[in-house]
Design a binder for this molecule. Structure first.
Ligand SMILES: Cc1cc2nc3c(=O)[nH]c(=O)nc-3n(C[C@H](O)[C@H](O)[C@H](O)COP(=O)(O)OP(=O)(O)OC[C@H]3O[C@@H](n4cnc5c(N)ncnc54)[C@H](O)[C@@H]3O)c2cc1C
Length: 536
């Protein structure tokens, strides 16, 4: 007997990362029929795919975690202020099981196409094997850092040794012991995997295209006293996190760089250097990202630290970034990274001086010569912001392909919807805010869910953003983008790491305050930016 087509669901979520799991939970709790499709074979999103040695948070564990359930918060004990990948993956699986969400999730189900059907106002979603699913609302929680990028180096497939991308790391541990290892890339993933793998290897050769402004993560175990305090402070912490600009607990500074004397500044920078994670950005002087001269002071401080840590002066100079300021690229946070270059078995290759020519069957060739390796690790990043959405075969009203609609870069309203694609939402996509991801992605999930509940309660089942609202939000994003002459556009925030990608800003530097204000305005105005209708 031929299989009967699956019954349509109200809400079809794509992606089982922290955003999609929350969207599934919220939609189900709101009484919608739900299903979630996930390309991977397990839950966790980023924390399922990025299993490389050294992978860990640089948001504080308890500020990244879900805050919607105090019981969940109380029963989960994070071991470190910045948890490692295995612990995070365990946590997200715990959430899935604790709230009985697994039965709504289909793993190994990569969406190949999603087409809007105007007469029914519903979406037809196709899996690679041709199976189709139907949904009133399609919510892509497909992540901003979920499509690994490999640079177009000739011969990449010729290499006969082992080859891994940090964002596609296998579940079985990779054995580095006694191997000649190359790591390509020194962004946030590269600087984690490099110190974590240097101990065991015969040799580690690091291929650096862009040096980054790395500062210490300053991780530590969470003591029993701190655990107790976190629980006691839950309400206050949730309030702070739900209202903070960047979604962190870090306190903002009240002074600009040159308000302090050089001595005071040095002491403050020292304090920043020893502070946890992102506070170097969020608690630093107020003009850090506005005034190039202020930024230079902080960069000079970091450069001096690098020179103090790295014994070989030539290596130290190569590790000091040139041509971009602190915060212009995503700042990586490190543990023992610069110290790794003092090991006798570690070599740094500066690709700006000796560019990569090709990958060979046995190794890597630069203009300075060839080296043989057993393992090549590609820590070469992601197609940020739009990578997953533009690979999902999405077609909206009148057959409009999302790839055409966004040919010059994404246009969105609140980073959740784009005009011409009714009943399609993408919380956790481009243009939301900037900072601790789950906090503002959670704001978006709440907004989408509340909007769908409103539509249902008022007898509507087609929800489409007004193009004017989208244009206004997108112009706001562009206006607030960190721009020249003070700051360049050389980061993945502008898509600059992907050849041919339009240079459009993919975050929202007006951040959560703007998101909050707009959401409040929408709720108060019965969602005036959206056209709500009944299907024909
Ligand atoms: C190594 C690393 C460390 C990070 N550390 C931090 C941090 O400390 N703090 C922070 O705030 N952010 C961090 N980030 C950013 C991180 O991506 C977000 O914090 C968060 O994981 C985003 O969650 P998400 O659910 O929106 O997306 P993801 O976690 O990326 O999940 C998206 C899921 O969608 C699935 N998917 C995509 N396309 C399809 C498709 N067509 N069909 C089916 N499934 C699909 C993917 O397989 C993936 O599982 C880090 C990112 C990386 C890569």
């Amino acid at each position: 007997m031929p299989e009967s087509p699956p019954a349509p669901v109200d809400v079809l979520v794509v992606g089982a990362g922290i955003t999609g799991i929350y969207q599934l939970y919220r939609a189900r709790e709101a009484g919608f029929s739900v299903q979630l499709l996930e390309a991977g074979d397990g839950a966790g999103g980023t924390w399922y795919w990025n299993r490389y040695p050294g992978a860990r948070f640089d948001s504080e564990s308890y500020t990244y975690a879900y805050l919607f359930s105090e019981e969940l918060f109380d029963e989960w004990e994070w071991h470190e202020h910045f948890a490692d990948q295995p612990e995070i993956e365990r946590y997200l699986n715990h959430v899935v099981d604790r709230f009985d969400l697994r039965r709504h999730i289909r793993f190994g189900a990569k969406v190949a196409a999603a087409v809007y059907d105007e007469p029914s106002g519903a979406w037809t979603v196709t899996l690679p094997d041709g199976r189709e699913l139907y949904a009133r609302y399609l919510v892509a929680a497909t992540g901003v850092l979920s499509v690994p990028y490999f640079p177009d180096v000739p011969g990449r497939d010729d290499f006969r040794g082992e080859s891994y991308h940090t964002g596609l790391w296998p579940a079985a541990p990779v054995d580095f012991a006694g191997k000649r290892v190359a790591v390509i890339g020194t962004g946030s993933s590269g600087v984690q995997v490099i110190p974590a793998s240097a101990g065991d290897v015969a040799s580690l050769t690091v291929y650096q295209r862009t040096a980054n402004w790395c500062t210490p993560l300053n991780n530590a175990p969470i003591t029993p006293e701190e655990q107790a305090q976190l629980r006691a402070d839950f309400d206050a912490m949730r309030e702070t996190l739900n209202t903070s600009v960047h979604g962190f607990l870090h306190r903002a500074c009240d002074r600009a760089t040159f308000d302090d004397t050089p001595e005071e500044r040095r002491a403050y920078y020292e304090k920043m250097w020893n502070s946890p994670g992102f506070s170097k950005l969020t608690s630093n002087y107020t003009d850090l990202l506005q005034d190039p001269a202020a930024n230079e002071q902080w960069c000079d401080f970091i450069a001096a630290k690098i020179r103090g840590i790295v014994h070989d002066p030539q290596t130290a100079e190569k590790l000091i970034p040139k041509g971009h300021r602190f915060g212009e690229h995503r700042p990586p946070f490190v543990a023992g990274y610069f110290e790794t270059f003092n090991r006798p078995n570690v070599t740094l290759v500066d690709l700006t001086q000796t560019p990569m020519v090709r990958v060979t069957a046995t190794g890597i060739e630069t203009t300075a010569g060839a080296h043989d390796f057993d393992i090549i690790v590609w820590a070469t990043g992601f197609d940020f912001g739009t990578g997953a959405l533009t690979r999902m075969g999405i077609c909206g009203r009148g057959g409009l392909a999302l790839t055409d609609h966004w040919a010059d870069g994404p246009t969105t309203y609140l980073g959740v919807q784009t005009a011409g694609f009714p009943n399609f939402f993408f919380p956790g996509g481009p243009h939301a805010a900037a900072g601790n991801n789950p906090r503002y992605n959670g704001d978006q999930v709440d907004f989408v869910t509340d909007l769908l509940v409103y539509a249902r309660d008022h007898g509507f089942d087609v929800v489409e953003v007004d193009p004017a609202a989208e244009e206004e939000w997108t112009s706001m994003v562009d206006r607030w983008a960190v721009r020249p002459p003070a700051f360049g556009q050389s980061s993945y925030y502008f898509g600059a790491n992907i050849p041919g990608k339009p240079r459009r800003y993919l975050l929202n530097s007006a951040g959560r305050p703007k998101l909050f204000a707009e959401i409040a305005d929408q709720v108060a105005s019965d969602y005036k930016a959206f056209k709500l209708s009944r299907r024909a």
